[in-house]
Design a binder for this molecule. Structure first.
Ligand SMILES: [Zn+2]
Length: 209
C-alpha cells in the first residue's frame, strides 16, 4: 500500500527499487567504540552519546522519517538505537531496569509530521526488552518556536522553562533524541526531569550535528 503512495527508493541515498539499501545500512552500523561521547556547546550536565554524525544516509533517513513520513525507516534507526543502548549497558553506563524518555517534540510539529518519530524509534528499539520502559514524559509548552535556524543563545532562551513534565517517571532515565546540536533541548529536558526527582543517567541521540 505504501509503495503505491511513495516512490520506492532508498531513504538514505535515493537508490531505486529498495527502501533502505545495503550501503546505507552499513553507515548505521554501530561499531565497538560507538556511540561516541560528544560535547555540545551547552552542557546538559550528563554524558551525551551520539551514534554518528548528522550527515549522509543517517541524516537523509532522519529527515525522510520526520519530514516526509517515511515510517519504514523507523526500523533501521531503531535497530541502531537498540545496539547503542546495548553498548551503554555493556559499558556500565546504563543499568536495567530504566526508562527511556524521548526528548519533547513541538506538539504541532509532531502532529503535522504524523506522530513523534523519536517516540516511535524508542518504542521499536525496546519492543523485545522487558527491562526498558518508554514513557513520553516531557512536552514543550505552547509558544516554543521550532529551533531550526536559531542561534545558540536564542535556542537556550527559546527553551528556558518551556519543557514540562506530563507524566511522572521514577528511577533511572535515559533521554533519547534524534539529533543533538547545541545541547539546549537536552539541558532543559535533563533539568526538568531532575527537578521532578528523576535520575538522568545519560543522553543518547541518533546523530550529532
Ligand atoms: Zn541507500
Amino acid at each position: 500500500m505504501l509503495d503505491l503512495i511513495l516512490p520506492l527508493e532508498c531513504g538514505g541515498c535515493g537508490a531505486p527499487s529498495t527502501k533502505w539499501c545495503d550501503s546505507c545500512a552499513a553507515t548505521l552500523k554501530v561499531h565497538t567504540d560507538e556511540p561516541h561521547l560528544v560535547t555540545p556547546r551547552i552542557d546538559p550536565g550528563v554524558p551525551v552519546f551520539a551514534l554518528g554524525r548528522y550527515a549522509g544516509p543517517r541524516r537523509q533517513a532522519i529527515v525522510a522519517l520526520k519530514e516526509h513520513g517515511r515510517r519504514d525507516l523507523v526500523a533501521p534507526l531503531a535497530r541502531a538505537l537498540a545496539l547503542g543502548i546495548h553498548q551503554l549497558e555493556t559499558w556500565g553506563i546504563l543499568d536495567t531496569p530504566f526508562t527511556i524518555v524521548p526528548a519533547p517534540t513541538r506538539a504541532l510539529a509532531a502532529r503535522s509530521r504524523g506522530g513523534d518519530p523519536v517516540l516511535r524509534i524508542a518504542n521499536e528499539a525496546t519492543r523485545q526488552n522487558q527491562t526498558i520502559t518508554v514513557i513520553r514524559a516531557l512536552k514543550t509548552r505552547a509558544m516554543v518556536r521550532d529551533s531550526v535556524g536559531l542561534a545558540v543563545a536564542d535556542r537556550e532562551r527559546n527553551l528556558n522553562g518551556r519543557i514540562k513534565i506530563t507524566k511522572q517517571v521514577a528511577g533511572d532515565v535515559l533521554l533519547v533524541d534524534d539529533i543533538v546540536t547545541t545541547g539546549a533541548t537536552a539541558r532543559e529536558a535533563v533539568r526538568t526531569l531532575r527537578e521532578s526527582g528523576v535520575n538522568v543517567t545519560a543522553v543518547l541521540t541518533l546523530a550529532h550535528a
